[in-house]
Design a binder for this molecule. Structure first.
Ligand SMILES: NC(=O)c1ccc[n+]([C@@H]2O[C@H](COP(=O)([O-])OP(=O)(O)OC[C@H]3O[C@@H](n4cnc5c(N)ncnc54)[C@H](OP(=O)(O)O)[C@@H]3O)[C@@H](O)[C@H]2O)c1
Length: 239
């Protein structure tokens, strides 16, 4: 059987990069999507055989359509789509954060929806998998994470309906990490929140490989088994 092809958005750092490594180690060919081309090109070179770096912005449908064309031409089509690209721009709810809210909704929620819609035809070909990277914030809202939680809550509702529409042909798997040591907090624009969150995450976070291994495990289950939702928190994070 030909090696399966996995498309990973946000493969230039953190959980996406670790997932690309884990899926490549499992023998999959990987398409690495992100805006920072230099990072994904370096990773593709390191992973070697069958790894392709494709510059893509999930907030721009044309860019995703072009990426899907490249995946089809270079790798024959996608069997697995990991919707991982995301931003977490936390802070107290206020109209000053409007640009952050738009970015989070367009990247985390609309980006995943657009990317899935564009790749759906390829995924249908022979049965595939969609992995949606949500968050513990898709289950538990807290002061300061209202809009981020809304995007992840949105991923939950969308994934639930999608599963009922697409299974058994395509499995829909939701991954809900707790604190993970990545670049995610570096982009927070509200300085007070950034400091607080970085201190908290620094104390308890687990490495992105821990999440990547779970994604690889879920994908490696026999087709008769679908791990619908997986909540993975550091042991040091009880809530
Ligand atoms: N770290 C955590 O504690 C944690 C916890 C729960 C859930 N998550 C979720 O895990 C996912 C990955 O985050 P991470 O923690 O690994 O953070 P990260 O290291 O900052 O990675 C985020 C990735 O998303 C990509 N990205 C951002 N905007 C994009 C866009 N418009 N188009 C394409 N790619 C875009 C970035 O690539 P470029 O900048 O190169 O485009 C980067 O590769 C996110 O959905 C996040 O919400 C993380």
């Amino acid at each position: 059987m030909a090696a399966q092809v996995a498309v990973i958005t946000g493969a230039s750092s953190g959980i996406g990069e670790a997932t690309a490594r884990a899926l490549a180690a499992d023998g999959r060919r990987v398409a690495l999507l992100a805006r920072r081309l230099d990072r994904i090109e370096r990773l593709a070179e390191e992973l070697g055989d069958g790894a392709v770096a494709i510059e893509a912005d999930v907030t721009n449908r044309d860019s995703i359509v072009a990426a899907a064309g490249r995946v089809k031409d270079a790798l024959g089509g996608a069997d697995v789509l990991v919707n991982n690209a995301g931003v977490m721009l936390l802070g107290p709810f206020s109209s000053e954060q409007r640009a952050d809210y738009e970015r989070m909704i367009e990247t985390n929620l609309l980006g995943a929806i657009t990317t899935t819609a564009v790749f759906l035809e390829q995924l249908r070909d022979g049965g595939g998998d969609v992995v949606n990277v949500s968050s513990v914030a898709g289950r538990t809202a807290r002061p300061g994470n209202a809009v981020y939680a809304a995007t992840k809550w949105g991923i939950g509702g969308w994934s639930e309906a999608l599963r009922q529409e697409l299974q058994p042909e395509i499995r829909v798997i939701v991954i809900e990490p707790g604190a993970v040591a990545t670049e995610l907090t570096e982009h927070i624009t509200h300085e007070g929140t950034k400091k607080q969150v970085q201190e908290w995450v620094g104390e308890i976070a687990i490495p992105p490989q821990d999440i990547a291994e779970v994604i690889a495990f879920a994908l490696a289950r026999p087709r008769r088994v679908s791990l619908n939702e997986i909540l993975i928190r550091p042991t040091a994070q009880a809530r």
